[in-house]
Design a binder for this molecule. Structure first.
Ligand SMILES: N[C@@H](CCC(=O)NCCCC(=O)O)C(=O)O
Length: 262
């Protein structure tokens, strides 16, 4: 039974949109979202709402329902045409349907001050949506290291601790975590190259790669290259990140759609 729109709008928890990826499973196309991201939204004490691709003219009506947006990671890459390049490795997956609407969605989320948490591909999308570029294969760009996981290993190893991130003093990330340096996982071949205008670096890897950034915008927003959603409930840093995101979504909801006096 689908949740009636009014129930979604008056749910006790803030509603966080989770744009879906597009995959073909067997002979059929699907809209899908990783369970670990959805569980991260739940950890933030928010109501996840997975949404398929939306036509440009429908984005604003969708955002009227939102108290937050979480942009997930994905094995697919942002199509390099969105930052003026040709595809370097055609063997790597793309998701042009996701690109087509998230790159329009992101500026509107930020302009409205809707809290945004962008993870891995989601962070890359945000930088591109705002006019930045990506390394298509960061491991081929000295002095950067290889930030991919060893996909021959068990998933627990792939998403296990990989490298430190050095947190910018006085940054939002520093305020949320209280840390100057902490270890993160790393499951990405693309990464921020040129930062978009108005973007503030929050953390870098030891090789200098941007690992977290935020955007000068009215609301909470944090874009991270690692995967805080992986085993988030048992990771103190992840609990802090999702906690801060959830607080921002609750504050947004209470400002824009106060819970009904029931
Ligand atoms: N494809 C991009 C983004 C990498 C990414 O989001 N990885 C996540 C993989 C699956 C998941 O955990 O959701 C890149 O390679 O940089």
């Amino acid at each position: 039974m689908s949740l009636p729109l009014t129930a979604v709008k008056t749910s006790a928890k803030p509603v966080v949109l989770v744009p879906a990826c597009n995959r073909v499973l067997g002979n059929h196309p699907f809209h899908i979202a990783g369970k670990k991201y959805v569980d991260g939204v739940r950890l933030a004490q928010c109501q996840p709402l997975i949404v398929p691709s939306v036509e440009p003219e429908d984005i604003d009506a969708l955002l009227d329902l939102a108290d937050g947006v979480l942009l997930t990671g994905s094995p697919s890459n942002v199509h390099p045409s969105h930052f003026g390049e040709e595809v370097l490795d055609p063997s790597l997956p793309l998701d042009t349907d996701r690109d087509a609407w998230t790159l329009r969605l992101i500026p509107r989320v930020l302009a409205r001050g809707i809290p945004l948490l962008a993870i891995c591909r989601g962070a890359q999308e945000t930088n591109v949506a705002l006019g930045g570029t990506l390394h298509q294969a960061v491991h081929d760009v000295p002095p950067h290291h290889d930030h991919r996981a060893d996909y021959s290993q068990p998933v627990e190893v792939q998403y296990g601790p990989s490298h430190d991130v050095l947190v910018e003093p006085g940054s939002l990330l520093a305020r949320i975590t209280g840390e100057q340096r902490f270890r993160v996982n790393s499951v990405h071949g693309q990464a921020v190259n040129r930062l978009a205008p108005g973007v503030q670096v929050q953390a870098r890897a030891p090789d200098g790669l941007v690992e977290a950034f935020s955007v000068e915008a009215p609301g909470f927003n944090l874009c991270v290259q690692w995967h805080p959603e992986w085993l988030a409930a048992s990771n103190p840093i992840s609990r802090q990140l999702f906690g801060a995101f959830g607080e921002a979504c609750t504050a947004y909801r209470d400002r824009h759609r106060p819970p009904p006096n029931v």
